[in-house]
Design a protein. Structure first.
Length: 401
């Protein structure tokens, strides 16, 4: 085989990997495992020191969590806006099942966490940690099962996770905001108004939005709101252009579609894995059975495994039994139960909320252990259940019910 043919095959293999919907989750999983290995090796101290390197006004970890993750939240905001206006969540009939499932999947984990930590007012600040679902991880794991999972379940999980992301954004804005700087907040509002004006004037070039987006981030960072919320605020101003007389947007003409497409691979394969590597590293040297059963760690883990399952599956079952909704097409109850368990993979957003909730590194480590344990158990149980029931599922894709 010639070197040209070999290079062509390598490029084709890489392109197929990047286009595979499971790949982002696999890369994130690899980054988390690598972080754990490094943190528990002789390089552990150097790993921690590098994350605290000062680069201008912030340490490296803060640049990752406050600035780089703003791009992740920009993509989240774009996905939410597109799905609400032009996608799987564009009508109430489509929203009811994933929307109710997402609501139940946030409420039940929070209640379990609170019940286990009622005695500790300080620990209660972490109530929102197990309420999040990691869309890349969960969809990546589901995609590994291939045609045994009906396409309708993937659509349901994606829609639920997007609504869950919207809930997480609101939780961060309402409950994890520091003291507000009104002058900076007014500046952010003025820039946001200018961004909306660009949309009203039908500006199609993305550069003016991006330049004002940087200014918006600076004002939001100074305002006391978490800086990553600037990403969602910017996303809401990006136009979703429609062709007159047709209900659907044309991706080639829409600034929102163009930006979402441009961000998808950098976020999935660079930004989120960097965040995972920078934040999943926790020393396991002092982890014992006793530490795993501490209320905070146990509350996070059980919230992700039991809370997500009870909240999502219970809400879906109630709506279906009441005749208010139907199961996704070609999906059975066993597969729905497996999907509900996969919602307990809360890695990225759960880590993010945990860092906002607690400043003490020891408490953050306890949170990380709970997230890793809960996400691992939820993922393994979900895969086992879906694999067992998926053998009977038709392989042909179908629409969501």
């Amino acid at each position: 085989m010639s070197s040209t043919q070999s290079q062509g095959r390598t490029r084709a293999t890489l392109r197929n990997f990047l286009d595979n919907e499971a790949s982002g989750g696999l890369v994130l999983m690899a980054a988390a495992v690598l972080a754990l290995l490094v943190a528990n090796s002789p390089l552990g101290e150097a790993y921690a020191n590098v994350l605290h390197w000062k680069i201008g006004p912030l340490g490296l970890q803060h640049w990752i969590n406050d600035a780089l993750m703003a791009v992740f939240f920009l993509l989240v905001g774009l996905e939410i806006k597109r799905e609400m206006l032009d996608g799987q969540l564009s009508s109430w009939s489509r929203r009811i099942l994933p929307g109710a499932g997402a609501a139940g999947g946030m409420l039940a984990p929070a209640l379990i966490y609170v019940a286990l930590n009622l005695h500790d007012p300080a620990a209660l600040r972490g109530w929102a940690i197990p309420t999040a679902t990691d869309i890349a991880f969960a969809l990546g794991v589901m995609s590994l099962l291939g045609p045994r999972v009906p396409a309708s379940l993937k659509i349901f999980l994606a829609a639920l996770a997007i609504i869950d992301d919207l809930g997480a954004v609101l939780v961060i804005a309402l409950f994890y905001t520091a003291e507000l700087n009104l002058m900076a907040l007014a500046g952010a509002a003025a820039v946001w108004a200018a961004l909306f004006a660009l949309g009203r004037w039908r500006v199609q070039n993305l550069w003016p939005y991006m330049m004002l987006g940087v200014v918006l981030w600076l004002f939001v960072f100074a305002s006391g709101l978490h800086a990553t919320l600037a990403g969602v605020m910017l996303a809401l101003t990006i136009p979703l252009k429609r062709t007159p007389g047709t209900p659907e947007a044309h991706p080639s003409q829409s600034p929102l579609h163009r930006l979402e497409h441009a961000l998808h691979k950098p976020v999935a394969f660079i930004i989120v894995p960097i965040f995972g590597f920078a934040n999943a590293g926790v020393s396991l040297a002092h982890v014992t059975l006793g530490s795993l059963t501490e209320p905070l760690t146990l509350g996070v883990a059980l919230g992700l495994v039991l809370g997500k399952f009870i909240g999502v599956f219970g809400t879906v079952a109630l709506l279906v039994r009441l005749g208010l909704a139907q199961l996704p097409a070609q999906a059975g109850w066993g597969q729905m139960a497996g999907t509900a368990l996969l919602c307990g993979i809360g890695f990225t957003m759960s880590l993010f909320i945990g860092l906002l909730a607690f400043n003490d590194p020891a408490v953050q480590d306890a949170v990380k252990i709970g997230i890793l344990l809960g996400s691992l158990v939820a993922g393994l149980l979900g895969v086992a259940l879906m694999a067992a029931f998926g053998r009977r599922a038709p392989a042909s894709p179908s629409r969501a019910g």
